[in-house]
Design a protein around this ligand. Sequence first.
Ligand code: NAD
Length: 376
Amino acid sequence: MKTLTRRSFNKTLSRGIGGATLLTAMPWARAMGEQKQEKKKLGVALVGLGSYSTYQLAPSLMECELCYLAGIVTGTPEKEKVWQEKYNIPASNVYNYENFDSISSNDSIDIVYVVLPNSMHADFSIRAAKAGKHVICEKPMAVSIEECDAIINACAKANVKLSVGYRLHSEPYTKEIKRLVNEKVFGNVQYISAEAAYRSGGNPDQWRLNKTLSGGGALMNMGVYAIQSAIYGTGENPLSVTAQEFSTRPDYFKDTDETITAQFEFPGGTFGNIMTSHNTNVNRMYASCDKGWFELNPASSYGPLAGQTSNGVLSFPHERQQKLQMDDFASHIINDTPNVAPGIMGKRDMIIVKAIYESIATGNSKIELKLDSMGL
Ligand code: NAD
């Protein structure tokens, strides 16, 4: 409530969400309160209808309680009709990359979700913000720190909300790990290890293996999950990083990193080791603490995740992570609940990614990270 702007309030009110609560709290809006408000969900437009939109986001939007699939933005005309029919999307809510900016005049779209190759995230996130739409930008947030800044600034200037597609912050096992760490249930974390990797094959021309489009290889793709695990698994931002790169299939990974390991030092004295790869399948995190241990395995798949601690097995009901994520963001817009994956988090991770590449480029040197002032 505190930071709800008049503009976002009016937008929310016009859709009738949370209207009853808001009307009693906002004197300047009370006069409008006589009108009966109809309950509606926020409209989401997916930009880029590739694998993640098709198999994860669109099905999850069918289950969301606070938002729904209202529109699509695609560069592939054949997909328009298929998606329109499957999801009952009116022609007025279908855009391509050229006419996308005219989405500004479409009141049924509240949130633009950018699900394109990494090098296109900044352009479309900034255009979405300029169009007055709230933005979810997929991970990694962008291909440089400068691009992250440009997205953050564009959203601030347009007074729209910004989130990174870090679905795990809405996921129950991950939330439990954060609670265990914050409440020091097992004391201080002494060692954390996190691996996020899968074996890549198939088309060598795919955008993930093209540095111009991806910004980097395994580190940009899966590595951000390992970085995230190391951070929420310790509850701290790292002070420094030292990294190494390994290559066993240089003919396939011509342009991007195959496997990277990196070691973090944390302010509390915790030591961390992460591994990310496009050459092997591992997905877990493990923390050794002075009064026990905890682990997730898998730690960052689409779920259900699984985990245990020195006190026993963790067990939570499974829901689509992306459903929980998008409802969390919609709630942030509607109810001013916390933004669990704000843009600044995506920028922090890009600073760490850059430092890891710098460490490798400079012969595994230790790179100091100055993340204290980021407010995370
Ligand atoms: P994808 O290759 O399946 O889809 C990419 C889409 O972008 C396609 O619709 C393609 O037509 C379009 N596109 C536009 N210009 C393109 C170009 N020049 N080259 C290639 N494709 C182009 O990829 P994806 O798996 O859907 O990933 C999209 C984004 O989502 C990436 O940033 C990725 O990191 C992210 N992602 C996040 C998660 C997660 O768990 N949060 C999971 C998968 C993907």
